[in-house]
Design a protein around this ligand. Sequence first.
Ligand code: GDP
Length: 107
Amino acid sequence: MERTFSIIKPDAEGFYYVHRDRPFFGDLVRFMTSGPCIVQVLEGENAVARNRELMGTTDSKKAAAGTIRQKHGTDIEKNAVHGSDGPDTAKFEIGYFFSGAELASLK
Ligand code: GDP
């Protein structure tokens, strides 16, 4: 018997596949894999738009006062949080990390 050490690496490149041709793709993946992430599904009426509102605009330097990105982000790259930008994207992104059985619904 013996022990070995293993790390399961996040597949941030797959998650951001849609941005693969953008010039900041490498920087984005480097930042997303630079530390632990917490992934979560938020549920509620109009959840996509309401979460985008709470997050603030992409660039933390331009985000409105009191938004998560303004309070906790640094700039356009290190902007603290990701949030789906539409219902179809949300479906894809939720399925990327969670199976249906893992999601308990309040309804
Ligand atoms: P979001 O929907 O507000 O997150 O914005 P996008 O879908 O346009 O971009 C996805 C993520 O890529 C953003 O949240 C940023 O972390 C990063 N990003 C966007 N634009 C830039 C940029 O010009 N430079 C860098 N380094 N990262 C960027």
